[in-house]
Ligand binder design. Structure first.
Ligand SMILES: [Ca+2]
Ligand SMILES: [Ca+2]
Ligand SMILES: [Ca+2]
Length: 184
């Protein structure tokens, strides 16, 4: 069921973002996510480090401004799911928060600067971001839509857009942070 697929994906995202593990999202969690992503970039790559940090700050700003329904300065699971379905996916927020991270992440991961992600470059993301690497081969195969052995910038953006916007349970982009639970 379409709504369930999105709820499952955003539930996985919530658990991942909750770096402190206390069941609510706070500014600290988003700072931690920004730092986690920033560590993927080379130490002298200030541009991408600061782009990822700013994008997570922007994401937190939108969440707090529009999603903190009970006004306690934190985002609980229900507030997050409601906002993600309704609002972060609005074009102006999506571009500034989500796709800004995607673009900086892609540049940081592309360590040989050939404009595409090889399997090695892609798989490195899993370890560094704390996503179980066991599914990385599957994900790579699905995200490499034209099957040329590399993930292009377009393929990467498409995957991320599908992860956030698609209600299709078979969308390859659903695999971005691991398999969603089917049929639960
Ligand atoms: Ca709240
Ligand atoms: Ca590359
Ligand atoms: Ca490809």
């Amino acid at each position: 069921m379409p709504a369930d697929v999105k709820n499952q994906k955003f539930t996985m995202l919530f658990d991942w973002f909750d770096q402190g593990g206390d069941g609510v999202l706070t500014h600290d969690d988003f700072r931690a996510m920004g730092a986690l992503f920033g560590r993927l970039a080379a130490p002298d790559d200030r541009e991408n480090v600061s782009a990822m940090r700013s994008a997570f700050e922007e994401w937190w700003r939108v969440l707090l401004a529009r999603g903190d329904a009970n006004g306690d300065g934190q985002i609980d699971r229900k507030e997050f799911l409601d906002l993600m379905v309704a609002d972060i996916t609005a074009p102006e927020h999506f571009e500034k928060a989500v796709l800004a991270i995607a673009d900086a992440l892609m540049r940081a991961l592309d360590t040989d600067h050939d404009g595409v992600l090889s399997k090695d470059e892609y798989v490195r993301m899993y370890d560094a971001l704390g996503i179980p690497p066991v599914h990385s081969e599957d994900a790579f195969r699905r995200l490499d839509r034209d099957g040329n052995g590399a993930i292009s910038h377009d393929e990467f953006r498409t995957a991320i857009t599908e992860f956030y916007l698609s209600s299709d349970e078979n969308a390859p982009g659903n695999w971005l942070i691991g398999p969603i639970q089917q049929g639960s």
